[in-house]
Ligand binder design. Structure first.
Ligand SMILES: [Zn+2]
Length: 451
């Protein structure tokens, strides 16, 4: 038996998100091989055990949308208290000066922050490709591999700059052929297929208001050819609906369908301003929605129709969104936000803590087109998040799972990705956190000073 195939029983957790695994899970190599019932024992002798009697066990959380580089522009005074379009135009000029060393620090910091919150699969939507950032995705792949985190990276793009009536400065847009060629290069070099993939690539034009129709169509064609997924922002604000009506003579979802994107290959960030008919069409198509509650509240964008979308058949996942509109990258914290925001629309009996945990795990996994992560049953990847409740905020809590959301869990004690512990005693493995923060903060200062 090789070292990696040794078995480890995460024994008798305090509570578990899947009651079929109430006695814990047995890990061999990168996978879960057995779910142990409450009070039970594994069917075969195990090599090691981990006493989880003080831990709440969840499948590793899965993030579906982020912009890592935005950790460098958190709580940035000129962009505060603005709606999406003026917020974007303020920040584009800062982001246009990003360089590779800044992006590397931003990506590492965001991935570590997610990991420490219990997230085992990070996602990023990087669409700023100035001349200094041509290797942005290559760099993110390298960082994800070094940290041992699973990553769904997307090759973003912008092709309509201010000269052509778009919002971004001309220096961060690229021509369509350059984008397509680079997308193809990245897929061929980095996209892993099948169960256990650690790095996947998807194609992600930024939004209907920053790319051409041709690029939307060509991205869909390329994604089908290479069997990779498609991602974009859609239906985030009423301004966007007006923009699409004015420019394309149709609503955002009609435009999306027109470009060949209304399918189960796509997942959309935000997905707020859909009417009843559109919700049904998304459900029939199986198009995923990355729900970003904090960002939607910060920018005053509106509220995603999560439960209607799910009932219609659309996968609904959870996302922290970029750190200039959240401004944290804490997926555990985002679960609380999703539950509280949801209860302004739905009754507490419908919008339960279990529903939100479902979005942050299996729902998110479905958005990313994966059925090998997001659960605790045998065959799933060994991606786990374990939370302890010995903090002031949890003291006196009766229901451990509900307490994670209601009392505001924000830091996992243990996180495992593909069978490897990546967070131990609430600290990331192989990362000098103080040094990373110091370098990241310095990079943020430099970026602001460049304006
Ligand atoms: Zn976004």
């Amino acid at each position: 038996m090789t070292e990696t195939a040794r078995t480890l029983w995460i024994r008798h957790p305090l509570a578990c998100a899947d009651e079929r695994a109430a006695g814990g899970v047995v890990i061999a190599g990168t996978r879960i091989v057995e779910a142990v019932p409450a009070g039970g024992q594994p069917s075969q002798a195990v090599d090691e055990t981990f006493d989880a009697s003080r831990h709440v066990l969840l499948p590793g959380l899965v993030n579906t949308h982020h912009h890592f580089y935005q950790t460098l522009t958190r709580a940035y005074s000129p962009a505060l208290n603005k709606e999406l379009f003026p917020w974007l135009t303020t920040l584009y000029d800062v982001w246009a000066n990003l360089d590779e060393s800044q992006l590397a620090l931003a990506s590492e910091l965001a991935m570590v922050e997610l990991l420490m919150s219990g997230c085992t699969t990070v996602a990023d939507h990087h669409y700023v490709f100035s001349g200094a950032l041509l290797n942005a995705i290559d760099q993110q792949v390298e960082t994800a591999r070094r940290l041992g985190v699973r990553a769904a990276l997307t090759r973003g793009s912008m092709s309509v700059g201010r000269d052509d009536g778009g919002l971004p400065p001309q220096s961060v847009v690229q021509d369509e052929q350059t984008i397509i060629d680079d997308s193809q290069r990245l897929i061929e070099r980095y996209h892993e297929r099948g169960d256990g993939a650690m790095v996947t690539l998807a194609l992600a034009p930024c939004s209907p208001f920053s790319v051409s129709r041709e690029l939307m169509q060509e991205s869909a064609r390329l994604a089908e050819m290479h069997d990779v997924r498609l991602h974009t922002h859609l239906a985030e604000t009423e301004d966007e609906t007006d923009y699409c009506q004015r420019l394309f003579g149709m609503r955002p979802l009609d435009y999306l369908e027109d470009c060949g994107w209304l399918s189960n290959r796509s997942w959309l960030a935000h997905g707020i301003h859909f009417n009843d008919d559109e919700v049904q069409r998304l459900g029939r198509a199986g198009t995923g929605i990355a729900h970003c509650p904090s960002s939607n509240m910060v920018l005053g964008s509106g509220m995603c129709r999560t439960l209607e979308l799910e009932a219609a058949g659309a996968p609904v996942g959870l996302a922290v969104d970029g750190s200039a509109s959240n401004d944290h990258s804490n997926l555990a914290g985002e679960m609380r936000q999703a539950m509280l925001l949801g209860r302004l629309r739905y009754s507490p009996s419908e919008l339960t803590h279990d529903a939100v945990i479902r979005w942050a795990t299996r729902g998110s996994a479905r958005c990313l087109g994966r059925d090998d992560i997001g659960g605790l049953e045998p065959g799933q990847q060994a991606d786990l998040a374990l939370f302890r409740l010995d903090e002031l905020r949890f003291s006196g809590a009766e229901n451990p799972l509900a307490a994670l959301l209601l009392c505001g869990a924000h830091r996992a004690d243990r996180v495992m990705v593909a069978g490897r512990w990546r967070v131990v005693d609430a600290l990331p493995c192989d990362v000098d956190l103080e040094a990373l923060m110091a370098r990241h903060d310095e990079a943020a200062r430099r970026l602001r000073a460049a304006l």
